[in-house]
Every structure is written in structure tokens, then in C-alpha cells.
Design a binder for this molecule. Structure first.
Ligand SMILES: O=C(O)CCCC[C@@H]1SC[C@@H]2NC(=O)N[C@@H]21
Length: 238
């Protein structure tokens, strides 16, 4: 556990190519944590920040499905930490919600080849002890919440890493052995707003429709007035 780092994803990029196998890189504090789409990620003391550095061998579109592996692992880690699943749900593509607010986020970064081996960084940030103020997130985004404020349960980052690493290992083994199908089913069973009208914002387009499913490739499938649309990458608004 590093006392402080700029970003565990940045540290993973620096270490890629020097490690023989997968490794969790965890820090007690990040001073330049990054979120999806270039957004900053606040990470005060007491919250969880870690990156799992992997050397996957599959094609890039299969490697990207690890965001679902990580989401399910987070869900299980929360369940193990609190002893309950009520209030927990998963938001496409890879946020964890607690009582409708965002409690954890995942940032997948492909690091390319190092010494001939492909590397993937799965960065995971969890508001264990505190959440950023609602005014600091973009308009329309879900309110940030912390595990402590929503459940009264205090979990330190070291203990959370133990729970998460164990849960991740189980889902990773299932993914490698059986493929995406069982994970997709498990993810859909925990999905927030399935069957409801949601909006997906991609770069400059906005698609509103009924959240029908997530397809075999991990795309968000919306039933819109113009027909069925599969979205590969977007921010989702409820
Ligand atoms: O935007 C999101 O929801 C993703 C947030 C990911 C934050 C984590 S904290 C650990 C890792 N290191 C980073 O710099 N970012 C990720």
C-alpha cells in the first residue's frame, strides 16, 4: 500500500513491463486521481484507490469486458463489507450505485504492449469514508455518496482491498473459463434502471430510449423511437 501517489493508474503505467504477473497497486491517497473522460477523481484519505494491472491475451473488445468483471467484483466486495445488498446496483458502463448515488467508479486504460505483452490497467475508486460535494460533479450526474454516509459501515482501504481482490479473482476465473455470458446475466440482474427510459450521451450525440439490455459485446441497448440502438461508449443519465 503506497502512502501517496499521483494516480494509481499512472503508477501502473510506470510499472507495466517490469512486473511478471498481475498486481494490485493501491494508495492511501492520490493527488492527481483521474476519472473517465479526462475528469479529475478526488481521493481524500480514507477512500479506496487501486489499480489492477493485468496482462490479458484476448482481443481488445474482449479485454474491455473486464469493466463488467470489475463492477461485479465491487458489488460483491460491498456486499461482503456490509453484509447486505439492498440499495446496491450497477450503472452501465461501470459505476456502482448505493441508494441511487455513485459510490464507486472504474477507469479502464489499455497501456499497449510492454516488452511484447499487452497491459491493461483497471483503476477503481471507492468513496469509503467521504464523497465529493454534489456541486463538484457535472450537471445531471448522480450525487456522489460514501459507504460510510449511506450505511454507517466503516471499512478501511486495506480491508476493502482484501475483499475486492478475492471477489475479483472469482469473477476473473469465471470470465476466462466461461466467457462473458454468465457475467452478463449477473450484471443485468444487478443493473440500475433496466426497462426504464434513460439517456446516453456520446461525444456530441444524445440518445434517449428504454434500457432494454446489454448485448453480448457489452454495448448498451436502447429501444428508441428510431428503433433499437446499441451504444458502445457513452455517459448515461437517468
Ligand atoms: O470516472 C470514474 O467514475 C472512474 C473513476 C476511477 C478512479 C480510480 S481511483 C484509482 C484509479 N487511479 C486513478 O487515477 N483513477 C482510478
Amino acid at each position: 500500500m503506497l502512502p501517496e501517489v499521483d494516480s494509481t493508474n499512472a503508477e501502473a503505467a510506470r510499472l507495466a513491463g517490469t512486473l511478471a504477473g498481475p498486481e494490485w497497486i493501491c494508495a492511501l491517497r492520490q493527488i492527481a486521481g483521474r476519472g473517465r473522460r479526462g475528469r479529475p477523481w478526488a481521493d481524500p484519505q480514507g477512500n479506496f484507490a487501486a489499480t489492477l494491472l493485468l496482462m490479458p491475451r484476448e482481443a481488445p473488445q474482449v479485454v474491455a469486458l473486464r469493466s463488467f468483471v470489475a463492477s461485479l467484483a465491487l458489488y460483491d466486495a460491498f456486499a461482503a463489507a456490509t453484509g447486505r445488498v439492498d440499495g446496491l446496483s450497477l450503472k452501465w458502463p461501470n459505476d456502482v450505485l448505493l441508494n441511487g448515488g455513485k459510490v464507486a467508479g472504474i477507469l479502464l486504460e489499455s497501456l499497449g504492449q510492454r516488452r511484447g505483452v499487452a497491459h491493461l490497467a483497471i483503476g477503481i475508486g471507492v468513496n469509503l469514508a467521504s464523497a465529493p460535494a454534489a456541486e463538484t460533479v457535472e450537471p445531471g450526474a448522480l450525487r456522489p455518496v460514501s459507504l460510510l454516509s449511506e450505511t454507517g459501515v466503516h471499512v478501511d482501504p486495506e480491508s476493502f482491498l482484501g475483499l475486492l481482490a478475492e471477489a475479483y479473482a472469482g469473477h476473473e476465473a469465471r470470465f476466462v473459463t466461461y466467457g462473458f455470458a454468465p457475467l452478463r446475466e449477473a450484471w443485468l440482474a444487478r443493473a440500475a434502471r433496466l426497462g426504464e427510459v434513460i439517456t446516453a450521451r456520446t461525444g456530441n450525440a444524445e440518445i434517449t430510449g428504454t434500457f432494454e439490455t446489454v448485448d453480448e459485446a457489452g454495448n448498451l441497448v436502447l429501444q428508441t423511437r428510431a428503433g433499437r440502438q446499441a451504444v458502445a461508449a457513452a455517459d448515461v443519465f437517468f
